[in-house]
Write a protein that binds this ligand. Sequence first.
Ligand code: SF4
Length: 252
Amino acid sequence: MIDITMNGQKMVVRKNQTILQAARENGIKIPHLCFHPALKPSGACKLCGVEIGSPSGRKVVMLSCVLKVKENLEIQTESALVSAHREKAFNRLLQMAPDAFRIRSLAKEFGVPVTPPSDGCIRCRLCIRVCNEIVKASALKMGKHDGKSLVVAGKGQCIGCGTCANLCPTNFIQVKDKEGVRTISLKEEVIGQLLLERCEGCGKMYATANFLKHVAQSTLSHPDTKEHHCLCPSCIKLMSNRALTEGEHLKK
Ligand code: SF4
């Protein structure tokens, strides 16, 4: 057995054990992810850094899963040096696994500030531009969300065309059709739930009533397009092909 000091507290610990093992046996918590009692230590995650005092008075951070206890070793598991090391180590891991819940909750448990998780939006504004310039529903804009600038939706303005989701390069915007209802969401936030209409040709649910109304209004000056608004793209194609064949047949 040997004497060490951990966080100012003198303790007698087993020879040949690591600082992490000694800390665990004495109820002192040190964050770690790559340590497993059945395996040899590797020090890969670097979370278990602790401050070691040297006789010269210099303080250094060393990995407690690898370093073994020594007679009269002075260890600090919480200090400014340790906090800076931990923050760097946590953020390094989060760069590789940004959404890892276990890493984030461990950082929270030890009060380590870490980069917030990515929200999945790259701020290209394609969705806002297409909704304004082409669809002309103006349902999306940049706004504040949790203190950050993000795509937000105006209340009740989405007509459920799905164009923004088709253009979104990261799948941040999603369209789901289920049981006659189309749901448009910005990540988890639902921005529109609209009833789908059936195609008069094949009976398939193909577009929202609001979108069809919007198209009908914007094409008022082109009445010849009206008959197409109640058909899905497949039926329109079928109709056009049929008209072409009939035209050619008449010419003969
Ligand atoms: S689905 Fe809604 S938000 Fe997206 S382009 Fe169409 S109207 Fe705009």
